[in-house]
Design a protein around this ligand. Structure first.
Ligand code: GLY
Ligand code: MN
Ligand code: MN
Length: 491
């Protein structure tokens, strides 16, 4: 028994050494998360507590789960990337049974040698204290015995439940159970939820205010966050540049997607901020086209590519459009330059104090005027060629929390577009042209920094970039048919 125990400790020690040396060291620091919780606490209403749940594990099929992604609010406040966890931030200090005081408490999934062997390392309560700097961290199985009197708070702030969490019957303290236990402790009932939606609260439960609180915090990026956004944006720009050099007629939409995503991975981006959009010709008219199944793009098509790497949680959101043969047709160029003009006009008013809606209004005015001049619409005609707004915050979400007016240290997009589907009510020479130009900006004291400016944006910059050789020019893989024939024949 002693031998087994010490062997266990040796193995655990080796595992944690491997864990430390395997991890990049440029994630958000524990001080960042701690300082964000402190800031939240300052902003919370009197005598309140804010409650946050980790994201659910989602089942893909049978015994395979979707890759886990932490809830961005939870990650922002804790740095914790694992499921089945619960955070309380108290406005005022609480007194524990042993007389000590605390103003935050985290419940996390426990260490479990066998499960960690299958699904990966866990921090556990001690790791949460050591790595994330929490003083009060407990295994989630402790939550059922956690006996704060929730009726004493004037407000309990949390995001309402969506009733879309599965129970893992083998785990009696998973997220599903934590939610049930929480509901019972705070006297939440589905009837409360319905009345909260239409009437002022009759109890101390508040499912509305936390969104504003978190938007106020997350919309203004700190220096550490800006560095990560900057990295995500630069990586995504390099993806665009490499595709501009590599694209050839006959490539598939998915192969183009693969080049972008290979670049993301080469630079250690863990994830995508959103599913990659690569649409050739009329496919670009589907705003969030993620099928990417066209097997070969043709020489005269314009390809709309909207992709963003997620680096250490932070997402870019960049769209470029390139002619497959390296040269814009006259019609493509006219539409492209109209969208570019709209973006340039919006950039002129991009500074603190400008409502993001004003960016949309500016772009819409330029596009509408231009479409009339090109004879694509008649004056004042309602149309669907530009059906979306042009600006949102980016950060831990691609559509990040943040306020309606631009403020210093916001990170936002400006993304006008024109989409003319086949059979549109205009000359058919315009059909199948879809253009969205999307860039990422850091709002500064007096204006903005154009974070994605290294991705060629004017017609000339794009055409010049497309003339350059590519590292993928000589990249060839064997013919799959021949490989299959060979494998069938056994030779
Ligand atoms: N890629 C999604 C968006 O542009 O908002
Ligand atoms: Mn966007
Ligand atoms: Mn986008």
């Amino acid at each position: 028994m002693r031998i087994v125990t010490s062997l266990f400790f040796v193995l655990t020690a080796i595992a944690s050494i491997a864990q430390d040396s395997d991890l990049p060291n440029d994630f958000l620091s524990k001080d960042f998360h701690k300082e964000r919780r402190a800031k939240l606490r300052v902003n919370l209403p009197a005598n309140s507590v804010a409650v946050f749940f980790a994201n659910a594990v989602r089942n893909r099929a049978n015994d395979v789960e979707y890759v886990y992604h932490q809830d961005p609010d939870f990650y922002y406040l804790t740095g914790y990337k694992e499921p089945d966890a619960l955070l309380f931030c108290f406005k005022d200090s609480q007194r524990a049974a042993n007389g000590s005081t605390y103003n935050e408490i985290l419940f996390v999934q426990p260490r479990h040698a066998q499960r960690e062997m299958w699904t990966g390392r866990r921090l556990g309560e001690q790791g949460t204290k050591d790595v994330l700097g929490f003083q009060q961290a407990f295994n989630n199985s402790e939550f059922s015995r956690y006996n704060v009197d929730f009726s004493k708070f004037d407000k309990i702030l949390f995001f309402d439940f969506k009733n879309d969490v599965r129970d893992n019957p083998r785990d009696s303290s998973d997220l599903y159970d934590l939610i049930i236990q929480f509901k019972s402790k705070v006297k939440y009932s589905e009837r409360n939820a319905a009345s909260l939606a239409v009437e002022p609260p009759k109890n101390n439960l508040d499912t509305k205010e936390l969104a504003t609180q978190m938007a106020n915090l997350r919309g203004i990026k700190t220096k550490e966050e800006i560095e990560l956004v900057r990295k995500a944006v630069s990586i995504s720009c390099i993806g665009q540049i490499e595709v501009m050099k590599a694209i050839k007629p006959g490539m598939s939409e998915r192969e183009i997607q693969g080049i972008h995503e290979f670049v993301f991975k080469k630079y250690q981006a863990e994830d995508l901020g959103y599913p990659s959009i690569v649409g050739a010709g009329h496919n670009g008219c589907i705003l969030h086209y993620i099928d990417n199944y066209k097997p070969n793009v043709t020489s005269k098509e314009l390809i709309l590519m909207d992709l963003g790497a997620e680096f250490h949680g932070y997402s870019a959101d960049i769209t470029r459009n390139i002619p497959v043969n390296g040269k814009f047709s006259p019609e493509q160029k006219l539409i492209y330059e109209l969208v570019l003009k709209a973006q340039e006009e919006a950039m002129k008013i991009t500074k603190p104090g400008t409502p993001r809606q004003a960016l949309t209004d500016t772009c819409r005015a330029v596009v509408n005027r231009g479409l009339v001049e090109l004879g694509i619409i008649k004056k004042d005609e309602k149309h669907l060629y530009f059906p979306h707004g042009v600006s949102h915050h980016i950060g831990l979400d691609v559509h990040d929390r943040g306020g309606p007016n631009l403020e210093e240290n916001n990170t936002v997009t400006i993304e006008p577009g024109i989409y003319i589907p086949d059979n549109a009510a205009c000359d058919k020479k315009w059909w199948g042209i879809a253009v969205r130009i999307e860039d990422d900006y850091l709002i500064t004291k007096n204006g903005y920094e154009h974070l994605s400016k290294i991705a060629p944006r004017t017609v000339k910059e794009i055409e010049d970039m497309m003339k350059l050789p590519s590292v993928f020019d000589n990249f060839e893989l064997p013919d799959l048919k021949k490989v299959n024939e060979k494998s069938k024949s056994g030779n």
